[in-house]
Design a protein around this ligand. Structure first.
Ligand code: AMP
Ligand code: GLY
Length: 427
């Protein structure tokens, strides 16, 4: 099978790597890819539709949410390609937090109590009657992970609302907001492959969004992840399947029917990412749905998946998912992100990286995935906020963490920082 991966981050590097070692895959190409994905096959530096037309893949796997929300999967399907990734309709679970919340409420999927507001006045009124703090304010649309504010009091919430409605910080993504109850518990990310009917649930992961050790500092795209997370045991995973994932598939079908969206455009073929808060009593509540693999969760989850991921994805794309060859290897994986100085605020790029090159051979159980690295005048330099994921895979979480941390500690560049407490939250 020839596979085209769309995207250019660490998640896509992990996908391209995993697909390149897949028993069913002959060739992988990534569009546009990065200096990491070139290790697994060629990069095609053009738009995804042109890349598909020239490369003629048997399967296209779309990584990021923006092209999914823009209907790339629909367009590629219309052009005759098998695509793993939902169409614009399914991608709404991530692209509109308002729609997603309404869907959860209508279909009884457990989530935080919320109010939806379409202007500053309505939001101010909702807030005036709000009784419990902190309160969470979320811009409706895609905001590169920056649209959520956990406000300690009404004043902070009002500031977030004025940034959204008056300063228009998120543009059209901030035309509406969700104001919701702050949930207490432990976060976990559950990713499932689906063809809209069948589900294959991957090992649950735990992201670490805050920039500094001890979950201090502002939120980032994710500073590290572990899988499987001790937060989610088999009993909880069953609850997630029964209360969240299956109801979501049913809800999507019902909503599509109500909107008279045709089968092809409605069918959800791709990954469902359920961002969960697990309550102290062990019940899952949905914090967010995403329509794609998580970053950096993917870098920790995929090394644990045995069998033919490509075959499961291809059959999912055809609406007849067969995940029978898939399995989970025993043990655990951990991923530590090295980030640029200043990230998630402003940062400089172009810092020379030492301790790793794309040609470097790594010992068994260690892997590097590339988020923001490029070659400039022959040097390997940083080109993004998140730069490199150092991954460790071993028989248990402690050993996997030791390998990831050891790898992270030998890679350096000016201003580099990483958390040293990934996977160390008290359980
Ligand atoms: P989101 O983009 O919706 O995942 O929100 C980003 C982060 O904000 C989440 O990963 C949580 O850490 C936090 N968050 C969002 N909504 C809530 C909530 N209702 N209760 C507690 N924390 C939340
Ligand atoms: N790791 C969070 C996300 O991918 O949205």
């Amino acid at each position: 099978m020839k596979v085209l991966v769309v995207g250019s981050g660490g998640r896509e590097d992990a996908l391209a790597w995993r697909l390149s070692i897949d028993p069913e895959v002959e060739t992988v190409a990534t569009c546009p890819g990065n200096i990491g994905t070139e290790r697994w096959g060629r990069n095609i530096e053009t738009d995804p539709e042109t890349a598909a037309a020239t490369f003629r893949p048997d399967l296209v796997v779309i990584g990021p949410e923006t092209p999914l929300a823009d209907g790339l999967a629909d367009r590629l399907r219309a052009a005759g390609f098998r695509v793993f990734g939902p169409g614009a309709f399914g991608a709404r679970i991530e692209a509109s937090k308002v729609w997603s919340k309404q869907l959860m409420v209508r279909h009884g999927i457990p989530t935080a109590r919320a109010e939806i507001c379409e202007n500053l006045e309505g939001a101010a009124n909702a807030l005036a009657n709000w009784k419990t703090f902190p309160v969470v304010v979320k811009a409706d649309g895609l905001a590169a992970g920056k649209g959520v504010t956990v406000a300690r009091d009404a004043q902070e919430a009002r500031k977030a609302l004025s940034e959204i409605f008056l300063e228009k910080r998120f543009g059209a993504a901030g035309r509406k907001v969700v104001i919701e109850e702050f949930l207490i518990g432990r976060e976990a990310s559950v990713l499932a492959l689906t063809d809209g009917e069948r589900l294959y649930i991957l090992p649950a992961a735990e992201d670490h969004k805050a920039v500094f050790n001890g979950d201090a500092g502002p939120n980032t795209g994710g500073m590290g992840a572990v899988a499987p997370t001790p937060v989610v045991d088999a009993a909880l995973l069953k609850k997630v399947e029964e209360r969240v994932l299956r109801p979501l598939l049913e809800a999507l079908k019902a909503e599509a029917a109500a909107e008279k969206i045709t089968d092809d455009a409605a069918a959800y073929r791709g990954v469902i990412y359920a961002g969960l808060m697990v309550s102290p009593s062990g019940d899952p509540f949905v914090v967010e749905f995403n329509c794609r693999f998580g970053d950096p969760e993917t870098q920790a989850v995929l090394p644990l998946v045995n069998g033919s991921l490509a075959y499961a994805m291809k059959t999912a794309a055809e609406g007849r998912m067969d995940a029978a060859t898939l399995g989970v290897r025993p043990g655990a994986a951990a991923c530590v992100i090295l980030a640029s100085g200043g990230y998630p605020g402003s940062f400089e790029k172009g810092k020379a990286i030492s301790g790793w090159t794309p040609e470097a051979a790594l010992p068994d159980g260690q892997q590097v995935f590339v988020s923001g690295v490029e070659k400039r005048n022959g040097d390997i330099v940083t080109s993004g906020g998140r730069v490199i994921a150092a991954v460790g895979i071993d028989r248990d979480l402690d050993s996997a963490l030791a390998k990831a941390n050891a790898l992270a500690s030998v890679i350096s560049f000016e201003g580099a920082h990483h958390r040293t407490d990934i996977g160390r939250r008290a359980s």
